[in-house]
Design a protein around this ligand. Sequence first.
Ligand SMILES: Nc1ncnc2c1ncn2[C@@H]1O[C@H](COP(=O)(O)OP(=O)(O)OP(=O)(O)O)[C@@H](O)[C@H]1O
Ligand SMILES: [Mg+2]
Length: 257
Amino acid sequence: MAYVRVEKAVKYFPREDGTDMLVLDAVSFETKEYGITCLLGPSGCGKSTLLNIITGLEHLEQGRAEIVSNHRDAGKDAPRLGYVFQDPRLLNWKRVENNLIFALKGMGIPRQEWDERIHKYLSLVGLLEFRKQFPLYLSGGMRQRVGLARGLVIEPEVLLMDEPYSKLDHLTARKLREYTLEICARLKQTALLVTHDVEEAAYMGDRTVILSPRPARITDILDNPLPPLERDVDDTRFIQFKKKLLQSVMRLVKEEV
Ligand SMILES: Nc1ncnc2c1ncn2[C@@H]1O[C@H](COP(=O)(O)OP(=O)(O)OP(=O)(O)O)[C@@H](O)[C@H]1O
Ligand SMILES: [Mg+2]
């Protein structure tokens, strides 16, 4: 069991002129314990900043952000976090399997487990036959799948994904959403996915946390009425839920203009 808990998070960044810019304004939410929680908000509102705070790359001025887990002594060990980026950020001079080994080594996973894990996670993303290939010889969608396998191979308590499919063409992104949803459901993976795409949130999110334009405030938290494997973008129930999310987002836009 693991989930992310953010409580009254306040974050400022310094501006060029020396004044402070408020980015997160008392943001509080909890992710689901199993499944995907989406952070849905407009560009520049502070979504990536929130992920950086959760990974410990950035600090908070006030409040807290933590991984609640019963797998480890939270006071002693760092949480095990997987990360999938918008750009897969693979090491192009290393074969696919060595990209995964790099993550396994970094996390201190014993060498005798490597082969089994590489086999398992490359199979899950459908790329086992490409384990010896170099990333530059793969398509963009395949590289993104390697990125997903690399995030999962360390068996993270929480998988963090920052707009992982926003640079792919429509059909590839759609296929990869399907893939990721299925894999996360099968693994009972706790995940936090950043997106600005309402349809992506409706499709991927078991829960969606809606953020306002900067400074980010939580404006709504909506749980998906449909289980992950019963979401069909053409189904009326799906369209209804997507509308609900969209209305929530549009309310904010109207307040802005
Ligand atoms: N290290 C930094 N120093 C100063 N300002 C920063 C820093 N990182 C982010 N910002 C600012 O904080 C705000 C939030 O940025 P962030 O990258 O979190 O937005 P985002 O919601 O992820 O946007 P996008 O959807 O475009 O990726 C932006 O105004 C950005 O310019
Ligand atoms: Mg971002």
